[in-house]
Design a protein around this ligand. Sequence first.
Ligand SMILES: Nc1ncnc2c1ncn2[C@@H]1O[C@H](COP(=O)(O)O)[C@@H](OP(=O)(O)O)[C@H]1O
Ligand SMILES: [Mg+2]
Length: 284
Amino acid sequence: MKDLQEILAIARAVGWGAADILRSYYHGTIKDSDLEVQYKQNEPVTVADIAVSQYILENLQAALGNEDFAYISEETYESQSKLASNYVWIIDPLDGTKDFIKKTGEYAIHIALVKERRPVLAVVVVPEAEKLYYATKGGGTFRETRNGSIPVQVSSGKRIEDLTLVVSRSHRHEKLNYLLQNLPCQNQKSVGSVGCKIATIVEQQADIYISLSGKSAPKDWDIAAPELILTEAGGKFTYFDGTPLQYNTGDINQWGGLLASSSEYHEILCQQARDVLAHSNPSS
Ligand SMILES: Nc1ncnc2c1ncn2[C@@H]1O[C@H](COP(=O)(O)O)[C@@H](OP(=O)(O)O)[C@H]1O
Ligand SMILES: [Mg+2]
């Protein structure tokens, strides 16, 4: 098997190629740029999601094969069973499809390599910012642009009341709203896509992201790559009880509460989230 740095170079090249395809649909420069929006379990899917999924899978498989790796992409995922392979690629070809359709510019590509339930390599591309973030376990996080790569690190040194939360535009429900209203940090910024939310934290324009499942939950492909980008930049990303996230467990959903932060107040915020939920009206 190739070493992690060689695999990373392949994943970065595939990430930039995928960004070109998404931008051609987004800006209508591709022939037949009609998005043909359809709905799958209440979530929109467009021809851009499908074209990019195919591009990423074909290119990773051509370079890396199927012997050492299994592949999960949002658009091709079917089975509920855990994949037996030691190394699993977990791919979201277009995270933030709703924002892509609404043209907010806040959409991303997520490519993660998971080893035994934990991410070891991640690429998150934000095509409209022309930025690609990459990380390997223990190797730090880097932001790559046309001008090259530089390491990125999350900020610290603020008071807890001054922290800013990045929140979803589309996935809101009563219990999440109640939780957000009862935390000490009341500055909020709406950003589409989990990858873009984590990029906002890594770029030091926000400090916290909270996901709380309702009737539905985010999936492994929404979280795995952004998690490693944040944690390798010095942040933390855990369940509300402080335990690490797990991927390829047999249930693709990330149920419950997830908290991502620029680290300093992570444990306090997890405790507060647990306390607020313990006091919330159970019927809400
Ligand atoms: N509670 C939830 N239930 C289902 N999916 C969720 C979710 N919260 C976030 N997601 C997924 O996370 C991505 C970003 O959502 P948001 O912009 O609202 O934060 C979306 O992925 P896709 O666009 O790949 O479907 C969305 O489907
Ligand atoms: Mg997604």
